[in-house]
Design a protein around this ligand. Structure first.
Ligand code: FES
Length: 101
């Protein structure tokens, strides 16, 4: 089962999740990475859930059109939309303190 390492506000949170997990869905039912993960729409429309992938990016599928639309050049800096990811492997993510516009 995947291990999620989540950096936010200078803290590091880590937990194991089920295979094929969506972190925004989990946060929505108050499971890790709740309450640390910022998100809003859950549908790839707001970019509030944007996270920088520090490790494990090679296991993720290519960004979908919503991520391309919302993140633009931030994709090149390693950002992904957590709500669009179904995690199947260990991953390390960092979320900025404030949502980038
Ligand atoms: S929660 Fe809105 S884009 Fe992911």
């Amino acid at each position: 089962m995947p291990i999620i390492t989540f950096h936010k506000g200078g803290q590091v949170y880590r937990d194991e999740v089920k295979d094929n997990t969506n972190l925004v869905v989990r946060a929505g039912i108050k499971q890790f990475p709740y309450p640390h993960l910022r998100y809003e729409c859950g549908m790839g429309k707001c970019s509030k859930c944007a996270c920088r992938v520090l490790a494990g990016a090679q296991h993720l599928p290519p960004p979908n059109w919503k991520e391309k639309k919302q993140l633009g050049e931030r994709l090149d800096a390693g950002y992904r939309l957590a709500c669009q990811l179904w995690v199947q492997h260990d991953i390390e993510l960092a979320q900025d303190e404030t949502a980038a516009a």
